[in-house]
Ligand binder design. Structure first.
Ligand code: CTP
Ligand code: MG
Length: 226
């Protein structure tokens, strides 16, 4: 069985408000993206496809993949405008795998235990995603910030990556998504499976450290974890 990771690093990082895309900002002298690639390099995964922004592939090859000896990175491909465009391009390049693990390059801390849980879950159920129970109470509001609903906290999880799928399932889900062409509200891969397939998506435990670098304070948090 072949296990392939797709590591996404083609975003613009607009919420970070930095000149350098957030996946290349330094954490302890190494770019953010280094940490996820290292976790996959040291794991049971067979191959990694790195998805980068337009014109960033040479930098990634030389300054990250070759420099740190990430031998599992077999392809560096350009992403697309939206996250789902980047994922679909990558899915079309990894047709020979059995399981695919889609991961945000902006999440530096997918540790070994998370990857093992992902493997166990995907082998059993075929569609799964890392998540953690929310610590805060979540309220649903309307456009005027008036509370409409309060979901019971024990049933509310925050989604993370990796999200792992059997290849045929996620490929079919994305093929259908692009045939339909309705991308409204799609922010992760589990949603694509939920909406396009009849297969349920299981959540497995990620970790509270498995943060996504999104806004400037996340860099300070990530440095503290390191
Ligand atoms: N991503 C990608 N291709 C895109 C958009 C996002 O590969 N067209 C990747 C990002 O590089 C990131 C992950 O998807 O690793 C999660 O996306 P997000 O946190 O939203 O990153 P950005 O889109 O870069 O940030 P923002 O939404 O603030 O612009
Ligand atoms: Mg984004």
């Amino acid at each position: 069985m072949k296990h392939t990771a797709i590591v996404l690093a083609a975003g613009k990082g607009s919420r970070m408000h930095s000149d350098v895309p957030k996946q290349f900002l330094l954490l302890a002298d190494r770019p953010v993206i280094y940490y996820a690639l290292r976790a996959f390099e040291e794991s049971f995964l067979d191959e990694v496809v790195l998805v980068t922004g337009e014109g960033q592939d040479a930098y990634c090859r030389k300054e990250i993949v070759e420099k740190y000896g990430f031998s599992k990175v077999k392809q560096i491909i350009p992403g697309g405008k939206e996250r789902y465009d980047s994922v679909y391009r990558a899915l079309c390049k990894v047709e020979d795998c059995d399981y695919v693990y889609i991961h945000d390059g902006a999440r530096p801390f997918p540790d070994e235990d998370i990857l093992i849980r992902a493997r166990q879950c995907v082998e059993e159920y075929g569609a799964c995603a890392a998540g953690m129970p929310t610590k805060d109470t979540i309220r649903i509001v309307d456009g005027q910030c008036v509370v409409k609903d309060t979901p019971e906290r024990k049933y509310v999880w925050q989604m993370q990556t990796p999200q792992a799928f059997s290849y045929r399932l996620i490929r079919t889900a994305y093929d259908r998504l692009f045939e339909k062409g309705d991308f409204e509200g799609i922010t992760d891969d589990a949603m694509v499976v939920e909406q396009m397939m009849s297969c349920p998506v299981r959540l497995f435990e990620g970790s509270y450290r498995n943060i996504k670098i999104t806004t400037p304070e996340d860099i300070r948090l990530a440095n503290a974890f390191l």
